[in-house]
Ligand binder design. Structure first.
Ligand SMILES: [Zn+2]
Length: 402
């Protein structure tokens, strides 16, 4: 089996006109933590190149890693993350109040984090997900879940069992898929002709304005804007009727579409105007973004390399973005990575193999500098470790020491 599938057509509009904006070289998987030093010998790296489509401006990582490697034994159960649980409770309510669905089907249902609150509201909910260990968790909660790909075979079986449903929804799984057209075709089979397709995706607008290059990793294949997603949906007969921005995952976008023409909401026009104001759907914007990210990486790389000659440096927060910073900046000199999660402490960081330790260890051997790789949580981390007398550093939006 080949490890990656090569594609040179735009995932959104099918044009063969992709322009590279960032090449991070061969990178380990962002969540590929190693359990011990013996695993280093078999560690895999995959090319990580981000492109913009010069026709529709869709941001995409080409050469996707086989989803069986990425998601089969996924270690990310949504219901263990408080923020996500409350997001999906709110989302279930929002769907219920706005569209009054009797039945909902979810693409990429994870452990049932949305199915459960929908069922609580009296809505019949079924989900599909490829991850075996995670769907087992959902089934144990008594939820209606199919393990497999969201394809036409699976949705035809769902339609036979449930009839056409009022809403098909997917949160974040959609941008993780290399063939979004196949998902849309499959969705049409189980969705009633008057039904709503509701998608939540990581938003290209936040990627751009916050220079979040550290979210460009193998799992995150596609960063949609309203403009690029609307264009893709139109190819499959869907009209966008609503859009709104969400704070989830550092910035997301919720888009609702229908196969019948309906009045658009005021929020949809607001998002559209915002995208025009920042020239989000202009390929030149993204070429410039790539250049600015490269400069940012270079500043962090050279600054810490100089510091490492005379100082002891640790990092804090073994999230996916940490893998990107440490590897893109060649930070093999870090003494340790601090993380409170028992799923990560005791393991080694992908690529650079920095040992991950619990926060207590930092108290025993306080370093001179701590690089907060989970920079979006920096205020919380610094106040939790207020005993620390050394210097904290965050890489984004600007490299800052405090
Ligand atoms: Zn395109």
């Amino acid at each position: 089996m080949s490890m990656s599938i090569s594609t040179h057509r735009c995932r959104g509009c099918q044009a063969s006109s992709l322009q590279e904006i960032i090449d991070l070289g061969n990178m380990p998987l962002a969540g590929g933590f190693l359990s011990d030093r013996a695993s280093i010998a078999t560690e895999q790296r995959y090319p990580l190149k981000t492109h913009v489509c010069t026709q529709c401006s869709l941001i995409q990582i080409v050469d996707p890693v086989d989803p069986n490697i990425l998601f089969k034994d996924y270690s990310f159960a949504s219901s263990t993350i408080g923020q996500l649980v409350s997001h999906f409770e709110q989302y279930a309510k929002w769907l219920a109040e706005r569209y009054h669905p009797r039945q909902v089907v979810e693409i990429g249902c994870n452990d049932g984090v949305l199915l459960a609150p929908l069922e609580k509201l009296g809505i019949k909910a079924a989900g599909v997900d490829i991850s075996e260990n995670i769907t087992d968790l959902a089934r144990k909660r008594g939820l209606d879940v199919v393990t497999g790909y969201f394809d036409q075979r699976v949705t035809a079986a769902l339609r036979d069992r449930l009839g056409p449903v009022d809403v098909v929804t997917g949160s974040n799984c959609f941008p993780h898929n290399a063939d979004p057209g196949a998902i849309l075709e499959a969705a049409k089979i189980v969705l009633s002709p008057e039904g709503y397709l509701c998608l939540e995706v990581m938003y290209a607008g936040d990627l751009l304005t916050q220079l979040q290059w550290d979210t460009l990793y193998h799992e995150h294949l596609t960063f949609y804007s309203l403009g690029t997603l609307a264009r893709l949906l139109a190819r499959f007969g869907f009209h966008v009727v609503h859009a709104e921005r969400l704070p989830m995952h550092g910035g997301s976008l919720r888009v609702v579409a229908s196969q019948v023409q309906r009045a658009a909401t005021a929020e949809l026009s607001e998002v559209r105007a915002y995208e025009e104001s920042i020239r989000l759907n202009d390929p030149a914007t993204w070429v410039d973004f790539g250049a600015r990210c490269k400069r940012k990486i270079e500043i962090v790389r050279s600054t810490f390399e100089d510091l490492a000659r005379g100082h002891r440096i640790w990092a804090y927060g073994a999230a996916g973005k940490a893998t990107l910073w440490l590897n893109a900046c060649g930070m093999d000199y870090l003494e340790a990575m601090v993380d409170a999660s028992p799923l990560r402490a005791g393991k080694l960081m992908p690529g650079v193999h920095t040992p991950i330790v619990f926060p207590e260890e930092m108290k025993k051997h306080p370093p001179d500098y701590v690089f907060i790789t989970a920079w979006n949580y920096a205020p919380g981390i610094a106040s939790k470790e207020s005993w620390f007398q050394g210097i904290w550093a965050t890489p984004l939006p600007e490299l800052r020491f405090f």
